[in-house]
Design a protein around this ligand. Sequence first.
Ligand SMILES: CC(C)[C@H](C(=O)O)[C@@H](O)C(=O)O
Length: 912
Amino acid sequence: MASSLVSSPTSSFLKKVAFHKCKKQVSKKIVSVMAPQQSERKTYTTGSVKTGMTMTEKILARASEKQQLSPGDNAWINVDILMTHDVCGPGSIGIFKKEFGEKAKVWDREKIVIIPDHYIFTSDERANRNVDILRDFCGEQNIKYFYDIKDLSNFKANPDYKGVCHVALAQEGHCRPGEVLLGTDSHTCTAGAFGQFATGIGNTDAGFVLGTGKVLLKVPPTLRFVMDGEMPHYLLAKDLILQIIGEISVAGATYKSMEFVGTTVESLNMEERMTLCNMVVEAGGKNGVVPADSTTFKYLEDKTSVLYEPVYSDAQASFLSEYRFDISKLEPLVAKPHSPDNRALARECKDVKIDRVYIGSCTGGKTEDFLAAAKVFLASGKKVKVPTFLVPATQKVWMDIYTLPVPGSGGKTCSQIFEEAGCDTPASPSCGACLGGPKDTYARMNEPKVCVSTTNRNFPGRMGHKEGQIYLASPYTAAASALTGYKDKSLSIVPSTSQLSIYKCKKPISNNISMAMVTRQSERKPATTGSMKSPMTMTEKILANGAEKAEVKAGDNVWVNVDVFMINDISGPGSIGIFRKEFGENAKVWDREKVVVIPDHYIFTSDERANRNVDILREFSLDQNIKYFYDITDLSNFKANPDYKGVCHIALAQEGHCRPGEILLGTDSHTCTAGAFGQFATGIGNTEAGFVLGTGALLLKIIGEISVAGATYKSMEFVGTTIESLNMEERMTLCNMVIEAGGKNGVVAADSTTFKYLEDKTSVPYEPVYSDALASFHSEFRFDISKLEPLVAKPHSPDNRALARECKDIKIDRVYIGSCTGGKTQDFLAAAKLFLASGKKVKVPTFLVPATQKVWVDIYTLIVPGSGGKTCSQIFEEAGCDTPASPSCAACMGGPKDTYARMNEAQASFCT
Ligand SMILES: CC(C)[C@H](C(=O)O)[C@@H](O)C(=O)O
């Protein structure tokens, strides 16, 4: 029977069932421009075929003379180009001399590029001295590419001088597809625009590279950003990267490669691709990369005679995550003070009073950036209302500003248009005030001003004054901001959009960047330690207590004492086997009162191996005199088994084994469910389980930043008024699925709801712990739940999120309500309320599998509120659902062939 659950039935289902109706008008999309994140791709199977690799993996494999490299591998990489500048060059040279000797020669004088660019047009003696050190070194080493500056009073008198290193590297042909380019600057990632591996390194590494041409690198996993759709004429690459950073946060890509693909990316010119890659470091990215194509080859034509060989990601390459964007829906963005991920729509900032505009830097001081700004000024015909500083990145950009005619201007150059608009005269090319610089740096923010800037960072003090406020924006937005009319002496960042045709949005656009995700806070800095004990998160505190230590910090490995240890029929026999092998056939478990044995997975089946597993648990529990063994002996009638519970995670809670502040481990990944009680709860493997059975202790790495998928090896702490309003079972649902994001554990602070739930369930004294106010969190995500709509995760991944109503055309064959996630009493009450409100019959087989005996009993006895005394079971019967089954994990994970409600045919099912 194939019917469409969410189609016409469901639209009407949403309309007619008042109970389920969304109160407010909500945005049409989950994320207006972010298409659903694709599921993590599974690693391509190795075998006789070579494993698929991403571009980054391939470039590094080739540079390390290896056939194959995977994320996490460490490899010695042969470097094609090493770049250094006036800020880090002297330090790197110092290390090179110290390690290789005063007279040592660099590994290859033609592969080192030295570019003074940061603190150039200043009378600061130490800054000038740095350039002298570079000069001495280049002379001594006969470095082929040294872009020197001698006469600081007139940059034009220095034919060798270029300006901002990242732009100069490209213009001088040092960026080539497939190569490895390293630089002592975090924005070295810019060169990824050329389809190469480019990243910033520290002075110590650079000193080593100077001597050897090699570096030891860990291969990063790759995040893939697919950007499709025609780019609206008011957008620039800066908006794309601000969107991405806003979405994934400043830590979102830590030690990851960011690969940019899609039709939008293909349509970008080289400078725009450079903008995209330039800011990957602002998301923590190791490198950014755009596949080389005809645009790349054309750009390179007159720039290099070095042969290069582009590489591309294999079709079977494994990406950590894939993000898809429909760029046609994007609006101009800014990053508000004081973090590059503090994303907002430009027009949301219309009441921000600004004092100045800055167009420059490796991010926004390229020829295309000035052309973009000039187009806005030209279209407006007006004058800027605030000082507008223009700092070309390089001499070439400066020259372009003075010579290239701006399209549609009747032959005017940028410089003419800027003059007519009342901007400051373009300054000498350098990094300028992007990073503050010495006091006399042109356009440095020496007072606390508010600046709209095309640069890359907006941390406090970045452009000079620590109270300055920097709004990062595209050259369009920056120029438009400069023109915006004063209103009560205030200046809005974005002009009334009708003012500038270039800036006008063609289509109606959604109001929100993200519907439910209102902001994503920047990574919090670790609180300073001192004589004080370090502030800790809940998880850290629980583990510190468990390890009998005053404090622990992320990354520490500590032995923790386990409070409760749970095994079930799937992994219990394996764990028992290991325990016996390691501790001896006659060994006793460390504490018979702390081990909880719960058969729950494959119970109501005639499968012999499944039944045998339960027998093993029974023999073991008897032999060890395990206090909490929830046995099932009569498989034909679960009610005849008073000890039997059902799904372990729910049983653990119902039987009072979940207690605030404790450490609960289990041989099941959903053991994290118990985090709902404000405890540390996580799943472990059989080997560790065997060890825990024998010792009650486990070596754990304190949750820290270990990269990989969304929350891999991270603790997920849930707080906020919405969470406080949830009952215990709902909190359990929340914690239950942290493992689906790769989380190590989930945790909800214990409160009166927790204590009340526990009242009649345990007499064990427990001591809740809470995160310190100053605890350091890896990231903080904020949600306005009032804006959320019902969601589903479509096949075949729990992160394949969609609005339920977006699936209205999906034909479904069945519905399944059950499991440790959605088979609790509250889950059945919720379903019953819906059936009750509708009064209709189900259109597809609807299977109900209570998690435990207690849930089963609740279904048959608890009165559904507002039903005039009906139980869930009555309502389910009236709605035509299947009779509630025996409690167990059942078909949640398939199970033996005869498992109730197992999907034995290819069907589409909605499951809880
Ligand atoms: C000076 C240099 C080390 C620094 C960097 O690496 O990023 C600078 O270029 C910056 O933009 O902050």
